[in-house]
Design a binder for this molecule. Structure first.
Ligand code: ADP
Ligand code: MG
Length: 331
């Protein structure tokens, strides 16, 4: 971590959900309350203008981290600092709004986040009105600019979301996210629902916008090839914990955690018969009753006694300062 204040800092971030059955059921069955630790002491920084990517299987806590970072969900422990400031500690409403304007989120399913009864120009202009960023008379011109920026025509503003393809709808969602002039955008599986060819167009658009506007991204995906394309630094999540954090090239050239290696092996590839094969070893454990010691130990081929017993601390390796939580990692 550098001396300069990062735009985003996640500090010992934790999220615990109460997943207990209703009180009466518990009393009758004499069951205790149940808690699920979705995010467990997660630390990372995102410098301004860079992309930090989170990768992990479904249920590893990616979306929960995303929601905490944008202030949609209060962390159970730890905090998120934006430009050195904790959003949840800001009491003044005006300053809260000013902070909200700087942060946006793009979701996997743009159709769900776009109001089907609104014309596209209304959808894109809504943050401008909500944050009162300019006189109403100027909004149409700004919306036309935003449409152009995401590769759509001004006339598209008159249409409704259902008149567009999946890729175009994601462009609309991006234009809407850009409307408040944000500095930071959390992108939660933004292209996972799109066809591969459309996916790369949208990813390219997002990269270009980042360069032009100096944006900072938290990019969430379960797909390593997408992560590789987008990220400067990568965090690998397993059952709510970051098991490895490294810059992109280091992670792909020298994956240190056995789970990172397993993810890379599991990425679809062609077998000897020309078919695509997938190697996935083991299932994700029950997140409510996590394995003892290192949560990955039941799936790991290297497991030793220590791994069953003690939870590994995060340690730094190499000149690249890769951070790895594994007892057996040595270099
Ligand atoms: P991902 O985005 O990586 O698939 P999530 O952050 O959505 O993972 O979920 C992480 C874990 O937290 C999962 O086990 C999920 O079931 C659980 N979870 C997420 N949201 C809630 C909630 N509101 N209540 C209870 N459990 C939740
Ligand atoms: Mg998710």
């Amino acid at each position: 971590m550098t001396g300069e204040t990062p735009l985003i800092r996640a500090q010992s971030l934790g999220a615990i959900f109460d997943v207990s059955k209703p009180w009466l059921n518990r009393m009758l069955a004499l069951e205790k309350k149940q808690f699920l630790t979705a995010v467990d002491t997660v630390d990372f920084d995102i410098p301004k203008g860079k992309t930090f990517a989170l990768v992990g299987e479904s249920g590893s806590g990616k979306s929960t981290i995303g929601r905490m970072i944008v202030g949609l969900q209060k962390p159970t422990s730890g905090k998120v600092l934006i430009d050195g400031e904790d959003f949840f500690a800001i009491k003044d409403r005006k300053r809260q709004m000013a902070m909200r304007r700087r942060i946006q989120m793009i979701f996997q399913s743009p159709y769900a986040s776009l109001n089907p009864r609104w014309r596209v120009k209304h959808i894109i202009g809504e943050p401008i009105r909500a944050f009162e960023l300019m006189p109403v008379a100027k909004i149409d011109k700004r919306v036309a600019e935003l449409l152009d920026q995401v590769g759509l025509a001004k006339s598209d503003g008159e249409k409704f979301p259902h008149e567009f393809s999946g890729g175009q709808r994601q462009r609309i969602a991006i234009a809407r996210a850009l409307a408040s002039d944000p500095e930071f955008i959390v992108c939660d599986e933004p292209t996972s629902a799109l066809d591969v060819s459309v996916q790369s167009q949208v990813l390219n658009l997002m990269k270009n916008l980042q360069r032009e506007l100096g944006l900072t991204y938290l990019f969430i995906s379960h797909d390593l090839s997408v992560i590789r394309y987008m990220a400067d630094e990568i965090g690998v999540l397993y059952l709510g914990r970051l098991v490895e954090v490294a810059d992109r090239d280091t992670l792909f050239q020298n994956p240190r955690h056995p789970y990172t290696r397993m993810l890379m092996d599991a990425a679809p590839h062609i077998d000897a018969f020309g078919r695509t094969a997938e190697i996935v070893s083991g299932e994700i454990p029950d997140p409510i009753n996590k394995p003892s010691g290192c949560s990955y130990h039941p799936r790991c081929s290297l497991t030793e006694n220590l791994c069953r017993k003690d939870r590994p601390d995060v340690r730094e390796f190499g000149q690249e300062h890769a951070r790895v939580a594994c007892h057996l990692c040595t270099a």
